[in-house]
Design a binder for this molecule. Structure first.
Ligand code: DLL
Length: 430
């Protein structure tokens, strides 16, 4: 498959290091000079922009966390005057003050370039008809993908999220060949297409999914149902939105746009950098962002960096599929559980659908984990021995993976909640 920008995507290590160092120095200088929060943090740590002489020196700069960004609401993180800002997005802010993100004209062009690379890596071309089913809102997903797909020359259907039946109608009538959505919404769309008996009229060939984690099992299920190549994209509002990294057709880690972002992995507890290749929390520094540079932002996302070049020919460092967010990890009777581990056990099992809910309670001071899954065939509810066999199998499989006893509840088809954007599958009532 084609490579959008071979000069940047296939650069030598030394070439990329040089680009990164030059841009890092600029970014640190700009943040120090124009964003009071960064200046105060660096002054407190006794670091000056001129102390950045090599890429390793980045560790001299203090880490930044979400709460610090929230305190700068709405526009105290801007390094440019508002007249240079041409777009404002914000994170959903479901758990507190939203985080805003401003973009200059240059930032939008860098954003479109980042997405053009990742979408090309995922197989999208000028020939494609791309249905963008992310919400066209303050959320960065839709507008971010839109700019890059337009740059490639794909024909965009800006349908936005929701109205699932109509999505299928349009997908079918307009001959959409690429679907852009969260994996959970894509799954809901697949299910709706099946229900409306529309799958045979749908011409999708690729899916660019992202905005939330999903397992290999969920990917396989999406590829099977829609007959597509499904690749995954990663990003976050605090540093850009989508466009930080994405997979190529080999699906073996997401290529990071390293000329725009400098990745590090730290131990989330000690905050110490970890050796290359170890799993930990991803920390990102922007290298080209003008309106709102970010220095050493703690993403909370747990992953690993893969330095080896990829079979596709790109040399960029890759990040492994995100295992989960450090703040999503559940501690059940002392055992660490990532929701993704539960998903990997459930999705693809015979007899149940790909939707699930996780409910955590603490009756009598003891943690209790309940997993609700949907039966594919409601008739099973009347066939007791088959139902019990399925129930026992799911419990045993979950116990093997989690090392925990889990209460499994099998519910009727179509009774669990479906999601039109990012899924919220965990309810922790403790
Ligand atoms: O979700 C940006 C985006 C939109 C990326 C569309 C890809 C496609 P936020 O709303 O700020 O931005 O949420 C960022 O979502 O820190 C991760 O925890 C999670 N996330 C995003 N993409 C992935 C992914 C957008 N591919 C937060 N795998 C991030 C796992 C993801 N988690």
């Amino acid at each position: 498959m084609a490579i959008w920008n071979p000069a940047m995507e296939c650069a030598t290590r030394r070439g990329m290091d040089n680009i990164q160092l030059e841009r890092l120095k600029n970014t640190v200088r700009t943040a120090y000079d124009h964003v009071p929060m960064y200046r105060e943090k660096m002054d407190k740590a006794g670091v000056k922009p001129s102390d950045i002489e090599s890429l390793k020196d980045i560790t001299k700069i203090p880490l930044t966390c979400k709460q610090e960004l929230r305190e700068q609401y709405p526009f105290k993180l801007l390094a440019v005057p508002m007249r240079d800002v041409v777009r404002i997005h914000a994170s959903s802010g479901t758990t507190g003050q939203p985080i805003t993100a401003g973009y200059t004209r240059g930032d939008l062009s860098m954003w479109a370039e980042s997405i053009a690379r990742l979408a090309t890596a995922g197989g999208v071309t000028q020939e494609d008809v791309a249905q963008i089913s992310f919400g066209y809102t303050l959320f960065t997903g839709a507008f971010g993908l839109h700019g890059g797909l337009e740059k490639i020359g794909a024909a965009i259907i800006p349908i936005s999220g929701g109205n699932t039946e109509r999505q299928i109608q349009i997908m079918r009538d307009f001959g959409a060949t690429a679907l852009i959505a969260t994996p959970s919404y894509a799954m809901y769309l697949a299910e709706m297409a099946e229900k409306l008996d529309a799958l045979r009229h749908i011409r999708l060939r690729v899916g660019l999914f992202g905005g939330e984690g999903s397992t290999e099992e969920m990917r396989a299920e999406l590829e099977r149902r829609f007959h597509i190549l499904a690749t995954e994209n990663y990003g976050l509002t605090e540093v850009l939105g989508p466009g930080v990294s994405g997979e190529c057709e080999y699906k073996c880690g997401m290529h990071i746009n390293e000329d725009y972002f400098l990745p590090e992995i730290i131990d989330p507890d000690t905050e110490e950098p970890l050796p290359l290749g170890e799993q930990g929390e991803l920390v990102l520094t922007t290298l080209s962002k003008e309106a709102q540079p970010s220095l050493r932002y703690r993403t909370r996302d747990i992953t690993r960096l893969i330095p080896e070049p990829c079979a596709c020919g790109r040399t960029q460092i890759r990040m492994e599929k995100v295992k989960g967010r450090s703040d999503d990890m559940l501690i059940i009777r002392g055992v660490n559980v990532f929701p993704s581990q539960i998903e990997s056990v459930l999705v693809g099992q015979r007899g149940i659908g790909p939707h699930y809910e996780i409910i955590v309670t603490r009756p009598n001071y003891v943690d209790h984990l309940q997993v609700k899954v949907e039966l594919v065939d409601a008739g099973l509810l009347d066939r007791y021995s088959e139902l019990e066999a399925l129930h026992n199998k799911l419990r045993a499989d979950l116990r093997t993976v989690l090392n925990l006893d889990v209460e499994v509840t099998l519910v009727s088809p179509y009774t669990l909640k479906r999601f039109e954007g990012k899924a919220k599958r965990v309810t922790d009532l403790r």
